[in-house]
Design a protein around this ligand. Structure first.
Ligand SMILES: Nc1nc2c(ncn2[C@@H]2O[C@H](COP(=O)(O)OP(=O)(O)OP(=O)(O)O)[C@@H](O)[C@H]2O)c(=O)[nH]1
Ligand SMILES: [Mg+2]
Length: 277
């Protein structure tokens, strides 16, 4: 008989009061719950903490950790928050650790049961997850590498997570990509299981606002949120990955990206350029 691994979850949450209750309700409803779930409020000022506290009072396996307030929103912030959560679980006996974004939810009560079974079945599975859907977009697997695992709900075998040194605090994003690519480089299997799906809220976070653009470096071809003119038209190309100005300036990170088409967006009205890899 397969032994299902115990898992822990960490959710970095920065001003997610609009969504986090749905996230919490979906995890509470799971048939196989985490050993511990650390929700790290990353300097939230919108009532996120109060919502989490309410559930943490009810469920001893949910814990709120609060990070100090800070001005900027960026993906290094997400990683610092995750790491603060990690220190709270590192002494527990778990085999799988996951990042669960605080704007993700599940309709399926067996979501984590399903994924834990996958980890039990394949001892070389280092990183696992499912696709996510947003209100107006769905995954199209003709354009996505099934070995790439979205960071919205990204699960790691503990041994793999420790071997890759955890998440790297990259301000410009791509944190989830670097994690699963490093895992693959170290010989682990990484896999998106398309039998199930999570829901991610369609939000417009402000991390790219300074640069006047909002693109994702990611596994989601249908997902383009930006205020750069012309992007909607380009999104029709269903590019497999896009790069933003920040990652463009980081050729090493840039070369990590799995993509069919690369998108370079000019700031201040420069027309977007499209390159085929
Ligand atoms: N972007 C960002 N997210 C943070 C930060 N600190 C914590 N987070 C959390 O990290 C998770 C991912 O952030 P999101 O803004 O949802 O990033 P995303 O899913 O790539 O982008 P969206 O499509 O806009 O949801 C969420 O749970 C955030 O609340 C931060 O400084 N920046
Ligand atoms: Mg999100």
């Amino acid at each position: 008989m397969l032994i299902r691994p115990a898992y822990v979850l960490i959710s970095p949450a920065r001003n997610e009061a609009n969504f986090i209750e749905l996230t919490i309700k979906s995890v509470v409803a799971q048939t196989v719950r985490p050993l511990k779930w650390i929700i790290v409020s990353d300097g939230s000022t919108d009532g996120t903490d109060e919502i989490v506290r309410q559930y943490a009072n009810e469920h001893s396996w949910i814990e709120l950790v609060r990070m100090p307030e800070r001005r900027e929103r960026h993906f290094a912030g997400k990683v610092h928050a995750f790491n603060a959560g990690y220190t709270r679980v590192k002494d527990l006996a778990f085999e799988v650790i996951g990042n669960l974004d605080a704007d993700v939810s599940f309709d399926d009560k067996d979501y984590f049961l399903f994924l834990m079974n996958k980890f039990a079945e394949d001892p070389r599975l280092g990183v696992g997850g499912t696709p996510y859907q947003q209100e107006n977009s769905t995954y199209d697997y003709r354009f996505v590498n099934i070995e790439d695992v979205s960071g919205a709900c990204q699960l790691f075998r503990r041994e793999c997570f420790e071997e890759i040194g955890g998440y790297l605090p990259l301000k410009g994003g791509g944190v989830d990509h670097v994690a699963f690519l490093t895992a693959r480089m170290k010989g682990w299997q990484t896999r998106t299981f398309i039998d199930k799906v999570s829901n991610e809220q369609e939000t417009f976070s402000d991390w790219g606002a300074d640069a006047g653009l909002r693109l994702s470096v990611g596994t989601s071809p249908a997902r383009r949120k930006t205020n750069v003119p012309g992007i909607d038209r380009l999104s029709q190309t269903r590019a497999d990955a896009a790069i933003d100005e920040t990652s463009y300036r980081q050729p090493d990170l840039f070369s990590f990206a799995h993509c069919n088409v690369l998108l370079k967006v000019g700031i201040g009205g420069t027309p977007p350029l499209l390159f085929r890899c």
